[in-house]
Design a protein around this ligand. Structure first.
Ligand SMILES: Cc1cc2nc3c(=O)[nH]c(=O)nc-3n(C[C@H](O)[C@H](O)[C@H](O)COP(=O)(O)O)c2cc1C
Length: 334
């Protein structure tokens, strides 16, 4: 699949997740097989660019290209300015967020709220594409199927995106009002595939190699994007890519590999966030890595109380060293 001049090596991508797919995690996902990653959403409001949170989101040091940065907002000029600002900071692809259901985002008529104003969608897309085109920077769009189930307008929005020069579209098979409830549906994604020619990435509830295959076959999408199923399981990208290419399963990681990935992820995470924020924000990742592994019932709550990065990584290292390095780290099904 191509996005502008970039060719992805295979069709398995990591979805942007604010508070999760930060630079350390994107680097790890790419190292473990994700063909493409989009940064967490960055605000388009220049007043926020100097905040610690946004500055971290603007830091792409060491991330393999193409660095793709997602922007969110509702003002076409401000979004165009934000796109150019991010290009100066290293973005090679700009992604516009029209899928976020968060109140904070929707109350100012951005994120998925934009789906209710197609004229504004067109103005935003035209303006951002016009700003990026002279620099050779492709602009992509990530959206949902509509505002609610009675007003699914993804096909119209997709055609509009194509007409405005959007280079690729990612579609999450839920409406804004679905939030994350129920199951993602793929009929609308299939309808969109038939309506447009630009590359289409299918997203929503893809959590296994088999599901990835089914969604690709059913929708005809060019690629798939995995979000929540990659939390604590960054090797899912190589597992899916391998299955799509060969029809066979890679073995699960061993405890030895888990130790290597988890500890190097933590080291990168601590360096990125520093001591105070690092130990706190690492907890959710550790929880995801360990939640479904046998024998972690006592370890998990104990780790959550540790207040320094040194204590946190030491406790994990000890536990991991007690496991047989060659044994497969197979999650327990609940
Ligand atoms: C914690 C969290 C944060 C998210 N943040 C973003 C975001 O910043 N931008 C965006 O376009 N989507 C965001 N999403 C939506 C995901 O990219 C994805 O569309 C959604 O989770 C469905 O895919 P999944 O079922 O594979 O998780 C977020 C989702 C989660 C769970």
């Amino acid at each position: 699949m191509r996005i502008g001049t970039w060719t992805l090596p295979h069709p398995v991508c990591v979805a942007p997740m604010a508070g999760v797919t930060d630079r350390p995690y994107r680097r790890l996902c790419k190292a473990l097989g994700a063909a493409y990653a989009v940064s967490e959403m960055a605000a388009s409001n220049p007043r926020l660019w100097d905040s610690v949170k946004t500055s971290r989101r603007l830091d792409h040091t060491g991330e393999p290209d193409p660095v793709a940065v997602q922007i969110a907002g509702a003002d076409p000029d401000m979004l165009a300015e934000a796109a150019l600002f991010n290009v100066r900071k290293g973005a090679r692809i700009i992604d516009i967020n029209m899928g976020c259901p968060a109140k904070k985002v929707c109350n100012v008529a951005s994120g998925s709220a934009l789906l209710r104003d197609e004229a504004l969608v067109a103005r935003i897309l035209q303006r951002v594409v016009a700003a990026c085109a002279p620099l050779g920077i492709p602009v992509t769009l990530k959206t949902r199927t509509g505002w609610d189930r009675d007003s699914r307008n993804a096909v119209r929005v997709a055609r509009l995106a194509e007409d405005c020069g959007i280079a690729a579209l990612t579609l999450h098979g839920r409406t804004r009002c679905d939030l994350y409830t129920g199951e993602a549906e793929y009929d609308t994604i299939r309808d969109v595939r038939q309506a447009i020619r630009i590359p289409l990435i299918a997203n929503g509830d893809i959590d296994s190699p088999e599901k990835a295959r089914r969604v690709l076959d059913y929708t005809g999408a060019d690629a798939i994007m995995v979000g929540r199923a990659a939390q604590g399981r960054p090797w899912i990208f190589r597992e899916i890519a391998h299955y799509l290419a060969h029809g066979t399963h890679l073995p699960p990681p061993t405890y030895g590999e888990l130790r290597e990935h988890l500890l190097s992820h933590l080291e990168d995470h601590y360096t990125f966030y520093g001591e105070y924020t690092g130990v706190r924000t690492a907890r959710k990742h550790i929880g995801w890595y360990l939640a479904d592994l046998p024998g972690t019932d006592a370890l998990l709550p104990a780790i959550m109380t540790l207040g320094s990065t040194e204590q946190q990584s030491r406790a994990l290292r000890r536990w991991l060293e007690d496991q047989s390095a060659d044994a497969p780290a197979i999650p327990v099904l609940h």
